[in-house]
Each structure stands twice: as structure tokens, then as C-alpha cells.
Design a protein around this ligand. Structure first.
Ligand code: P6P
Length: 338
């Protein structure tokens, strides 16, 4: 009915956060405002992506190399700047820690300072931009602890349970924002005509097991034998499907919605894998666990891992509980045999 449609269109992100918290105190208002800023960043990035092929200076590389040793794409830089611009005057944050910046950006003295830190990967999977495949932004929010006078942000080097909010924005056929503040995982869809993210799925519960496995099998001979044995086992099982887009957010969203498992294991060259703990794996592990799934580095729950530096990488096994436990059983078996 007309009322139902209207009511649905009013289930915006900021209202949802306040409803979740059943509170309107300062902390709740802060979280609602933080999520609103994330939504604004998502809208600005989605708008530019939708015209990437038509605008000068959007596609392609800047010629720079980032702290990860990766070629920086123009869209990476733009997306990074969007988050800084959106949060700089918000009065909500004191620091922004990004995949694109070697050290955190400290909000300048002449701007209002808040007590939260935003950790983010502004445009994950950006190699997909030039081929018009999905890309994503990943974010986590933590409270500042202490006063970080020496500016080395040591309080950020704590495990994923310190995240008070986390999620991602998926720039796909529709733009989706998936988030959690520790009270379930919720999916919003951007209605471009309204310029609002509208609630689509509340309290998403992922399937306990699934038939999708998502891993870059091009690394097969670079993995530990235990991972090769797991994949050999999957190859022999009827009904499994391999799905891998090379962009974490889209690959994870598929697993979140349909069940199964995503893996980025260590390789001989990169024993800790490729994905960064603080602003890729931990935020996504937070969401997946809130949706009833599981995440580990193969031997330890992902959210228990304490980073030793801002850009620390860890192997990632994540998805439906039963699928993750099956992978872990191959790793435990190999460890038992050594
Ligand atoms: P590979 C993108 O560069 C990224 O960081 C993730 O989005 C993605 O899951 C992974 O790397 C893909 O890495 O080595 O399989 O190409």
C-alpha cells in the first residue's frame, strides 16, 4: 500500500542507528552522525564512479605508488580525499587511518576534533574500476583511547573487538551499504532519486553453510599444502561453485548473501596473505560474525588478532560457519602431522 511504501522510504540509515541503540544520548547521536558521514562519502564516490568512463582524470593511474607498493589509481586518490573532506569538519573524529596513507591523517587544529577514529580502505578492488566491475569502500570506527600525544596512534593496535561500528559500501548495479554497530548486520540500498540509503534487509543471517568457495586458484602452488588439500577436497565434492571477482567487497557480499567461504591464504611470497587486518579483514569479520558467520586467519579468530602495525596483513578464511570450520580442519590436520 501507499503507507507501506512511504514507511519503507523513511527507514533511513540515521534513523536505523538510533532505533538500534534505543537511545538518543550523546554516544548514540555520535554513531548516527558518523554513519551519516559514511553514507555521504558513499554517495559522492558512487556518483563519480557512475560517470568514470566519461570524465577526464577519473580512470587510470596517478603514477604514484602507495604504502602497499601498489600503483595508485586516480579513483583511489579521489575516494581517499572524499573521506577526509567528509569527516574533516564533522567534529566527530580525531584521526583517519587509510590504506592509501602510510600514517594516519590527524584532523588539523583549526577543525573541530572528536574522539573517534575512522579506519578505511577508500576504494577496495580499484583495479575493477577500468573494467566497470564492482568495487567497494570498507570502514571501521573505533574510539580513541588515551591522548596519542606522540602521534604514533598506538591505541589503534588493538584487536577487532574494539570496533564500535564497521561495514562496507558496495558500488555495484545498485549501491549498497552494509553495516553493524554490534546489534546485527543490516543492508541498505541507495535510492538515487532520494539520495538516501533505505533499509532493505534487517538483521541479515547468513546460511550456516554454502556451496560457493571464493579464492584465487592462480596461487594454488604458492599456498601451504593444507590449503591445496582443502581445494582438492572441494573439487571432488559435487555442487560447489567457484566465484572470484578480485574485489574483496563484492566477493564477500556474495558469501554474506548466499553462504559459502572466501579465502585469501598466505603464499610463499606473502606468508601473511595480502589483505590488511585493520581496515579490510577486521571490519568484514565484524559484519560476518554479526550475521552468524565465522572469520579466522586459519588458526585464530580474526577478531582476536592484535596488529603489530597499522598496515599489518593476515591470511583470511571467512564465511559460513561450517565452511570455515572445514578449511580450519585441513589446517589443523596439517599442523598435527608436522
Ligand atoms: P589477488 C584488491 O586489490 C584486493 O585488495 C582485494 O579487493 C581482493 O580480494 C584482492 O586484493 C585480490 O587479490 O591477489 O587475488 O588479485
Amino acid at each position: 500500500t501507499h503507507e507501506q511504501t512511504l514507511d519503507r522510504d523513511c527507514r533511513t540509515l540515521s534513523r536505523h542507528v538510533l532505533q538500534q541503540l534505543q537511545s538518543f544520548d550523546a554516544a548514540a547521536q555520535d554513531l548516527s552522525a558518523l554513519m551519516n558521514r559514511i553514507a555521504l562519502a558513499g554517495k559522492l564516490i558512487a556518483r563519480r564512479l557512475s560517470r568514470a568512463g566519461l570524465m577526464e582524470g577519473v580512470l587510470g593511474f596517478t603514477g604514484a605508488v602507495n604504502v602497499q607498493g601498489e600503483d595508485v589509481k586516480k579513483m583511489d586518490l579521489y575516494a581517499n580525499e572524499v573521506f577526509i573532506s567528509v569527516f574533516k569538519q564533522s567534529g566527530l573524529v580525531c584521526r583517519l587511518a587509510s590504506e592509501e596513507m602510510a600514517t594516519p591523517y590527524y584532523i588539523p587544529e583549526n577543525c573541530p576534533i572528536g574522539r573517534y577514529t575512522l579506519l578505511y580502505d577508500p576504494l577496495d578492488g580499484s583495479s575493477n574500476v577500468d573494467i566497470n566491475l564492482n568495487v567497494g569502500s570498507i570502514f571501521a570506527i573505533r574510539q580513541q583511547e588515551g591522548n596519542d600525544l606522540d602521534g604514533n596512534a598506538a591505541d589503534l593496535l588493538q584487536n577487532g573487538h574494539k570496533q564500535i561500528a564497521a561495514g562496507y559500501i558496495l558500488y555495484g548495479p545498485s549501491t549498497m551499504l552494509v553495516y553493524s554497530i554490534g546489534k546485527g548486520t543490516h543492508v541498505f540500498v541507495l535510492d538515487p532519486s532520494l539520495g538516501e540509503f533505505i533499509l532493505a534487509i534487517e538483521n541479515l543471517q547468513m546460511p550456516a553453510s554454502g556451496s560457493i568457495y571464493s579464492v584465487n586458484e592462480g596461487n594454488f602452488w604458492a599456498w601451504d599444502e593444507s590449503i591445496r588439500n582443502y581445494v582438492r577436497h572441494v573439487h571432488r565434492q559435487p555442487g560447489y561453485s567457484a566465484r572470484y571477482s578480485g574485489a574483496l567487497v563484492g566477493d564477500i557480499h556474495r558469501i554474506l548473501m548466499q553462504g559459502g567461504v572466501f579465502l585469501y591464504p598466505g603464499t610463499q611470497k606473502n606468508p601473511e596473505g595480502k589483505l590488511r587486518l585493520l581496515y579490510e579483514s577486521a571490519p568484514i569479520a565484524f559484519l560476518v560474525e554479526q550475521a552468524g558467520g565465522k572469520a579466522s586467519n586459519g588458526t585464530q579468530p580474526l577478531l582476536d588478532i592484535v596488529p603489530n602495525h597499522l598496515h599489518m596483513r593476515t591470511p583470511l578464511i571467512i564465511g559460513s560457519q561450517q565452511n570455515v570450520e572445514l578449511v580450519e580442519s585441513f589446517i589443523q590436520q596439517a599442523d598435527a602431522n608436522t
